[in-house]
Ligand binder design. Structure first.
Ligand code: FE2
Length: 285
């Protein structure tokens, strides 16, 4: 029991649907999801927790595990190594990015030393995890991060979005090779996700507002179309949870974002999109 009490302090979890756990660590970073099927459990984004998310997951389920990353950013993947005896899946470009951490782990060392010595397996659009009576399908659509994968749970109609869709704000960023993506591409991505997923009951992002109503997807699509029609967003780009003194990306990145003369933040029906006025319409991406 003592161990459980410690875990209660290190992690907080709750059921958002049957066999569907959201797990938040302390201190707070991106959350981790645990989806339990008939024969396998799926961990979506092990996160960057200070304590052992693996051990915490094991207090919930003893089933064989598989891990899937939405994208390679450290706040979603730093704890991947705790699961390296199980298969770890990500998009090809995320696998490439994670591979750099394996080759040069010191460059990615923070106050906590994470284990990058594992090999993730690339998957693509349409890949299905069959957890036993519960299918979860990958949908490729990256703008926040190149190669982001959404995961759609066909049973409960949940859409796991990583940082591509959420309730604080979505940052359209770019590829690992430096090309920033456009609002039009982001809109097209969401239309593709909407079409491929079909019915979305709830979206499950990893920083803010999870779980949220599926209509958030439509709000973001409308937001993109407003920007594309010429309605410019605000120059004040920080949300309540980003770009403050405690922004997890650090002061240098915050300064870079705040000093970019082309960055705008467009709010619409609860959605908030940070984009560049230089990158509204599709070009060579
Ligand atoms: Fe991210």
């Amino acid at each position: 029991m003592a161990v459980d009490l410690i875990h209660e302090k290190e992690f907080v979890s709750r059921l958002i649907r049957p066999d569907t756990w959201i797990i938040a660590g302390h201190p707070v970073s991106a959350v981790t999801y645990l989806l339990i099927g008939g024969c396998t459990a799926l961990v979506i984004d092990p996160g960057e927790h200070v304590h052992s998310i693996h051990d915490y997951v094991r207090t919930i389920t003893g089933l064989p595990l598989i891990v899937a990353n939405t994208h390679a950013h450290g706040d979603h993947t730093a704890c991947n190594g705790q699961f390296k005896k199980y298969p770890i899946y990500a998009s090809a470009s995320a696998v490439e990015e994670l591979g750099r951490k394996r080759v040069d782990p010191d460059r990615y060392t923070t106050e906590v030393r994470y284990d990058y010595d594992y090999q993730a397996v690339p998957i693509g659009d349409g890949h299905v995890f069959d957890l036993g009576g519960r299918r979860v399908r990958a949908i490729a659509a990256g703008c926040h991060s190149e190669g982001s994968l959404f995961y759609y749970d066909e049973k409960y109609k949940l859409l796991f979005t990583g940082d591509e869709l959420e309730c604080g704000q979505v940052l359209i960023q770019g590829t690992i090779h430096g090309v920033r993506h456009s609002v039009e591409r982001y809109r097209d991505n969401l239309l593709k996700v909407k079409q491929m997923a079909g019915e979305v009951d709830m979206i499950c992002p990893e920083h803010n507002g999870s779980p949220a109503d599926g209509s958030v997807l439509d709000a973001y699509i409308e937001n993109c179309e407003r920007i594309m029609s010429g309605q410019e967003g605000s120059k004040k780009i920080g949300s309540a949870t980003y770009l403050g003194p405690d922004d997890p990306r650090g002061p240098e990145r915050v300064k870079e974002l705040l000093s970019d003369p082309f960055s705008r933040r467009s709010e619409w029906k609860g959605s908030a999109l940070v984009y560049s006025t230089n990158c509204i319409f599709l070009r060579d991406e």
